[in-house]
Design a protein around this ligand. Structure first.
Ligand code: SF4
Length: 64
């Protein structure tokens, strides 16, 4: 089962997620992180959840 990921507007664009998981996140033109994929599964699900836990703004959402 795939899990959609989102970045909320509370993102401050500091880039922690892009540094730790460049396969999943990139800082976009609006200086906010943007997911590079719509959904994650398997090992990438673990990576996405770790990034969500580490985000200082709790801006990353991974649907259960
Ligand atoms: S770690 Fe959180 S606050 Fe920092 S760029 Fe990523 S989503 Fe934004």
């Amino acid at each position: 089962m795939s899990h959609p990921i989102h970045v909320r507007e509370t993102c401050i664009g500091a880039g922690l997620c892009e540094s730790s998981a460049p396969e999943l996140f990139a800082i976009g033109d609006g200086m906010r992180a943007e997911p590079r994929v719509d959904e994650v599964d398997g090992e990438l699900l673990d990576v996405a959840r770790a990034a969500a836990r580490a985000c200082p703004m709790a801006a990353i959402e991974v649907d259960p």
